[in-house]
Design a protein around this ligand. Structure first.
Ligand SMILES: [Cu+2]
Length: 140
């Protein structure tokens, strides 16, 4: 083998090696996610504040149905117009005070689960509830 033959082999090794190096380099580049790509986290939907005014009297609430979206903050302004009543929803541990006619109490909670829930007046050990002092909270 002459001097030129050796140089050709050396050149071939360098070229092939270089080609491998470039190919493997490209592969690893495609495997790395592009720099600066934001980490995608779906933020919890920002709940709105939904306010409702509910009047109570024997034996009904002025509002029989309340609709909100999951995550909303629900603000109930409970006004009593006659007798003594309260406004209770067990599933969200929310309870307006027992108040006399002419009084108002406000209660707030976050509707953090979907479904249909009953709110009611707890006065009289369930008597007012049985008499129809109930309503539905629908969380969608
Ligand atoms: Cu009542």
């Amino acid at each position: 083998m002459n001097k030129w033959g050796l140089w050709i082999i050396v050149a071939a090794v360098v070229l092939i090696g270089g080609a491998f190096y470039l190919m493997s380099g490209q592969q690893s580049v495609t495997q790395i996610p592009p720099a600066g790509e934001p980490i995608i986290e779906s933020p919890a939907p920002a709940g709105e504040v939904k306010s409702f005014e509910v009047e109570g009297k024997p034996f009904e609430f002025s509002l029989k149905e309340i609709r909100v979206n999951e995550g909303d903050r629900v603000r109930i302004t409970f006004k009593n117009t006659e007798g003594m009543h309260d406004w209770v929803i067990d599933e969200f541990s929310a309870r307006a005070k027992q108040i006399q006619a002419g009084e108002t109490d406000t209660v707030e909670f976050v509707a953090n689960k979907k479904g249909t829930f009953e709110y009611y007046c707890s006065v009289g050990n369930g008597f007012h509830r049985q008499q129809g002092m109930v309503g539905k909270l629908i969380v969608e």
